[in-house]
Design a protein around this ligand. Structure first.
Ligand SMILES: C[S@@+](CC[C@H](N)C(=O)[O-])C[C@H]1O[C@@H](n2cnc3c(N)ncnc32)[C@H](O)[C@@H]1O
Length: 191
């Protein structure tokens, strides 16, 4: 058997299972655009990726990654806005098969600009409202940076309190690794 996938690889495996061509999906933290690119490929020309980040640098990196790897950007809509605004920005009728959040700071960017629990929980609540039955909200939790632990505790608490009859929540983590390795929370809507 191959080595177990790391958190990032596992999050992509989950997205590949959850997303089909033509779907609408959300990238709540576009950063350098790696998740946005995967989602754009998965939804294809007839689907839509809605991407959010508060940093212009993230939008620039994402646009150049998409331009290098895709023939067009017509299926990706990027917003320089907090993911807390998702509910205000997207049409009420939008229903998603998946959303991804990579928490923490922009790799290669300003490490003091981090995701924070209040806006993260607002965004997760909106995504769960927009999620189709069977769909997934995937969260890659990085918490080794200053401020990260507080957000991690809030997000885990939020997930643990989701009603079992409506949601199944998975925690994928390596329990014997040093240095606070990232882990994945995946929330599936059951009904
Ligand atoms: C770990 S990075 C994301 C990595 C990205 N998914 C990738 O594939 O490269 C976290 C990103 O969250 C962004 N961020 C922080 N607060 C945010 C907020 N309230 N709304 C949206 N994005 C936010 C940061 O600017 C940063 O780019």
């Amino acid at each position: 058997m191959n080595q177990l996938p790391n958190a990032l690889q596992f999050s992509h495996l989950l997205l590949k299972e959850a997303v089909s061509t033509g779907d609408q999906v959300i990238d709540g933290t576009i950063g350098n655009g790696n998740d946005t690119l995967l989602l754009a490929k998965l939804v294809g020309e007839n689907g839509t990726v809605y991407g959010f980040d508060i940093q212009q640098q993230a939008l620039q990196h994402t646009i150049s990654l998409l331009e290098k790897n895709l023939s067009g950007l017509q299926n990706v809509q990027l917003y320089k806005k907090s993911h807390a605004e998702i509910d205000n920005v997207l049409d009420n009728n939008v229903r998603i098969s998946a959303a991804i959040f990579n928490l923490g700071y922009l790799p290669g960017g300003d490490k003091s600009i981090i995701t924070k629990s209040t806006s993260t929980l607002t965004a997760l609540t909106t995504c769960l409202k927009k999620l189709q039955v069977g769909g997934l909200v995937v969260i890659v939790v990085y918490y080794g940076h200053p401020g990260g632990k507080k957000e991690e505790e809030s997000v885990v608490d939020f997930c643990q309190n989701l009603p079992q009859k409506n949601f199944a929540v998975l925690n994928y983590s390596f329990v014997n690794q040093a240095h606070e390795p990232p882990f994945v929370l995946a929330i599936q809507k059951l009904k």
